[in-house]
Write a protein of this length. Sequence first.
Length: 135
Amino acid sequence: MIADDQSGITIYSGRVTIDQGTLHIDADEVRVISNATEVVQIIASMNADNNELAHYQQEADDNEGLVKAHARLITYFTQQERIHLAGSAFLEQTNDTFRGELLHYDVASGTVDLKGGTKENGGRVNVVLTPKSKK
């Protein structure tokens, strides 16, 4: 662990797991960026020689189950409640799935902005939407 109180950056490396409430993050390296009073950004990444993806998971605010995400690089903007996924990005939200190279997710509203597909699927994005059941 490397902590720099002046810059507000703490770096955890090795096989890092962070759990806080329903939030779970798993990566090779996690950078926690803080201002004087709170965490403002969490950056989770995987080493270049590791073929696995960094993981993010958190209970949705609307009690719709878990939001799960995987990518080479995950940036969580805590104050804005936004997550940016880069590199083989994947997000699962209430049985809907989204895959591409770059994905922006607004946690508060549940909206997804997906850009560019992965090399494996010819550059296409992949979205699977599950119909909502009528009540």
